[in-house]
Design a protein around this ligand. Sequence first.
Ligand code: PEP
Ligand code: MN
Length: 349
Amino acid sequence: MIIVLEANATPNQIEDILGRIKELGLRAHRSDGQERTIIGVIGDEEKLQSQPLQAMPGVEKVLPILKPFKLASRQMHPADTVVEVKAGDKGPVVKIGGGHLAMIAGPCAIEGEEILAEIAKTVHASGANILRGGAFKPRTSPYSFQGMGEPGLRILRDVGHALGMPVVTEVMDPRQVPLVEKYADMFQIGARNMQNFDLLREVGMCRKPVLLKRGMSATVKDLLLSAEYVLSEGNLNVVLCERGVRTFEDSTRNMIDLAAIPNVQGQSHLPIIADPSHATGRPDLIPPMSRAALAAGADGVHVEVHCAPEKAFSDGPQALRPPQFATLMKQLQDLARLMGRQFDQTQPA
Ligand code: PEP
Ligand code: MN
């Protein structure tokens, strides 16, 4: 249920309405827009239907939320959400959404300080604004490299922050959340964990932003319902990511669903970026799909880059080399300018 307040509702009237919702044992999510305040009510709708809330001073109208994802829906929050990712406590902030574009780049896995520093320096110089790298890797085989764990997290943070870049890394298990939160500026929930509901709730209880990737066989509705888990715990800083879904096509790693970008944006206020690296698995297809994603309205792109893909511990075959990344970044900056959007640039503090 959404309670739309009158444009001139007073603070006292708003407090009375919030108090009434609480008395009924329901949860209220207040959203202060430029013109008016909207209150989303979460809980048993039947309890509300029998209440004459419409008659309370300050209320303009009471509407049902038609989508199963309430907090993620655009009805609840008509303006685009702008998620802020901050490099440590005092570092630069990168905005994602509302015209601000993210370029998340880096290797699939953190492999060591020297190699990460080399990759980070080149992607930063080309214009990437968030550094990625996995310290906990969800590998199909238990015998493949599983990631460096905590030492890797420390390297990622130190390398990224030295360049003024916020860092994002994957968290695979609720038990890893406190450790990852200590080092990372943004949690990544991977495709394989999009419906790990305990993990979603755990990052929902944190305040650091979450990059939530679409599951390999998840619908757009499934993705938005997973985001709802995070939002419903109070963490409103969610960025979605289209990374391709499994189909019968076997010449690409997955099949990128570019329509999901405007499809999500029509239904939700949350930013959505695209990951053509995992979607296609092919360096020849990553630049055209990155450009297409931006043209489709994506709020950013996520690309794997490695200085020596032939030696990478994971996902080497899909990594762009630094010169390929530099060319792509330049094209994306030109395209962004045409579209009246921008990649925030970060500098060391
Ligand atoms: C990754 O980002 O390295 C990754 C494993 O991605 P996904 O979860 O989309 O497969
Ligand atoms: Mn990868």
